[in-house]
Design a protein around this ligand. Structure first.
Ligand SMILES: NC(=O)c1ccc[n+]([C@@H]2O[C@H](COP(=O)([O-])OP(=O)(O)OC[C@H]3O[C@@H](n4cnc5c(N)ncnc54)[C@H](OP(=O)(O)O)[C@@H]3O)[C@@H](O)[C@H]2O)c1
Length: 245
């Protein structure tokens, strides 16, 4: 039985992953902005076998709230084994180009906030020389593209931060996992046309659960996105800037 903190627990990907923890009989502390939706998720997880589920309302943009939330999670579960950081927003790229405040808000929610939270949280794992930190970044952070470089640059910062953290903690017993989903059909992407490259939250959750159990460093999910992004990352710049991706 693991003690699992999930921040952004109402996210479709987080919920599907939490169901896998519930099937293992894990205890969970769910954090999100919407208290009534958190309660619904908690009831569902209890019905699916979670040994214990508690909820906590927090807007992750409020950096001052992070420390109290971590204290509450540790008190409620009597320690933490796994933390899954799942929250995020997908801003309108064109609107961000016109209104800098929208871009700044997106960088705050997708980069500044998780990096601040992780900086506080990781000390607890370091002190006990163990635990898994799993953070949902994105393939969008692997290379800036014209269609979403505000979001992509935030996820790039997050991925680079996690890479450095993993480097620092090598040999410490603390596991740092970067999750890089491709295109996933969730409320975040509800307005997009779906095609062959799209996956479900359940498919992505299976990979996240497995990557946590196997203590992987980076998880492209589904795995074919690792190959797709290798192609995109290594494309010569003169060619890349002429593409329409
Ligand atoms: N869907 C994709 O194609 C895709 C691809 C790559 C990466 N990702 C990443 O996967 C993660 C999960 O997203 P999803 O696809 O599951 O979308 P989702 O269902 O729309 O979930 C997004 C979650 O983030 C929460 N959130 C946003 N701002 C927050 C804040 N300030 N404080 C607390 N919670 C906040 C939302 O809470 P509310 O319900 O209160 O709004 C919601 O639970 C995100 O990090 C996203 O960037 C998604």
């Amino acid at each position: 039985m693991r003690k699992v903190l999930i921040v952004g627990a109402t996210s479709a990907i987080a919920q599907a992953t939490a169901r896998r923890f519930a099937a293992d009989g894990d205890a969970m502390f769910l954090v999100g902005r919407d208290g009534s939706r958190l309660e619904e998720v908690a009831e569902d997880l209890e019905a699916r076998g979670a040994s214990r589920v508690a909820t906590f309302v927090m807007d992750a943009d409020d950096l001052d709230a992070h420390a109290g939330m971590i204290d509450a999670a540790e008190d409620e579960l009597d320690g933490l084994d796994v933390a899954l950081i799942a929250y995020g927003t997908l801003p309108d790229q064109a609107a961000c180009q016109q209104q800098v405040a929208l871009a700044v808000r997106a960088w705050h929610t997708n980069a500044v906030s998780p990096m601040a939270l992780i900086t506080r949280l990781i000390r607890r794992f370091e002190n006990r020389r163990g635990g898994t930190l799993a953070v949902i970044s994105s393939v969008a952070g692997d290379r800036g593209r014209k269609s979403n470089y505000v979001y992509g640059s935030a996820k790039a910062a997050l991925s680079t931060f996690l890479e450095g953290l993993r480097h620092r903690l090598h040999g410490s017993g603390v596991h740092v996992l970067t999750v890089k989903p491709g295109l996933v059909d969730t409320p975040m992407t509800a307005s997009f046309d779906k095609g062959a490259l799209w996956s479900t939250p359940e498919r992505v959750a299976q990979d996240i659960h497995q990557a946590i159990c196997r203590r992987r460093d980076v998880c492209y999910t589904p795995p074919f996105w690792g190959l797709v992004m290798l192609g995109i990352r290594t494309m010569p710049r003169w060619l890349f800037k002429r593409t329409n991706i």
